[in-house]
Ligand binder design. Structure first.
Ligand code: KG4
Ligand code: ZN
Length: 337
């Protein structure tokens, strides 16, 4: 059977990314131009800076993805693009570029939801790891800078949201606490690194919002608790690595226990971890330890934003995602309502 090659492009936040994926599974190329150094001085993503930079590099990123993937335009079955959710100006660059290229090369345009695509990073084959296709139904835990969603995936394109954060997203909490601790941006990897330097058994214990009886999450109380500790309100503030470790332990505990409980209750066959925060080592370990079903977690490079997950999602949902040249980005695009 001939293979199906899809070019996936992604510009919803601060990575300009493109990838070529074969049959939703084989990674032929994966190019990610991260802008984080441009936003670092501001401690967060500046939307206008993001859009402008996407515009400057997107064509080069796409050309590189095609060249590295050994694919010519004529080899492609479609061009997939993140249509939302995300920053309006940033999405506009990706959508208009994909639209123009698809039209110019006579290829189908496929409009992908960024959150759904994060789940599909788990369908991509990883070099050096035996391939296992996630079995459905699955429970998806999507933890990124903008979202914390617990989603029941019954089949390709069939989702039900079980819970979500009521305030901050998990990644947002990592980023804000990273800033409070003076660890820089993005906070997630910085906190994970700092926590590794915490000496001995943890002394500081921060609160956990269980929200019993619900699959929702809440991280704003935890963030405030960190603020009190950093301000030295209950005594002299502990060293930053200790606070980082206590904060990470709290987030990991809540995410892993609630996801494992939902997986058991819903009788799913796999648990799919995805989104930028899925790169976190302790979170991956805790989920594996607690989950009643096999846990899938992409390699870190496919956890954070990338074009490969967009292409993989478009492969499995090809007919359902076809869009016309009237496609507009949708910054508030819904998923699994
Ligand atoms: O999925 P993503 O790349 O972008 C969004 O769609 O939001 O996620 C970015 C988020 C940031 O908040 C970042 O701090 C977090 O993922 N992150 C991590 C780690 N790596 C990235 N959080 C915890 N531990 C990590 N190792
Ligand atoms: Zn993302």
């Amino acid at each position: 059977m001939p293979v199906r090659l899809i070019l996936g492009t992604e510009t919803s936040c601060d990575e300009t990314a493109a990838a070529v994926v074969e049959d939703g599974r084989v990674l032929r190329s994966n190019v990610v131009a991260s802008q984080f150094h441009l936003h670092q001085p501001y401690g967060g993503v500046v939307p206008e800076v993001a859009s402008r930079h996407h515009l400057e590099v997107i064509l080069q990123v796409i050309d590189t993805a095609l060249a590295e993937g050994g694919a010519a335009w004529g080899d492609l079955a479609g061009v997939a693009v993140t249509a939302g959710p995300g920053l309006a100006g940033a999405l506009l660059v990706g959508v208009n570029t994909a639209k123009a290229l698809a039209w110019a090369h006579g290829l189908p345009l496929l409009a992908v939801n960024h959150l759904e695509a994060h789940l599909y990073a788990n369908w991509i084959e990883v070099a050096g790891r035996a391939y296992r296709e996630p079995e459905l139904p699955a429970l998806g835990l999507i933890v990124s800078g903008g979202h914390t969603d617990l989603v029941l995936m019954r089949g390709h394109g069939s989702y039900q949201r079980l819970g979500r954060t009521r305030d901050d997203a998990a990644g947002e909490a990592f980023d804000k606490v990273g800033r409070l601790l003076g660890l820089g941006f993005p906070g997630g990897p910085a906190i994970e690194r700092a926590a590794r330097g915490a000496a001995g058994a943890p002394r500081l214990r921060l609160p956990r919002a269980w929200l019993k009886g619900s699959d929702d999450f809440s991280f704003s109380g935890l963030k405030t608790a960190v603020l009190h500790v950093v301000r030295g309100e209950g005594g002299p503030p502990p060293p930053a690595p200790e606070v980082a470790a206590a904060f990470q332990a709290s987030v990991v505990d809540v995410l892993s226990r609630k996801a494992a409980a939902a997986a058991a209750r819903e009788g799913v066959r796999s648990l799919l971890l995805s989104g930028g925060v899925a790169a976190n080592g302790p979170l991956r370990e805790a989920l594996v330890a607690r989950s009643p079903v096999p846990v899938f977690a992409p390699p870190p490079v496919l956890c954070t934003d990338n074009g490969a997950m967009i292409a993989a999602c478009a492969h499995y949902r090809f007919d359902g995602l076809r869009a016309g040249t009237d496609l507009d980005p949708n910054p508030a695009m819904r998923f699994a309502i």
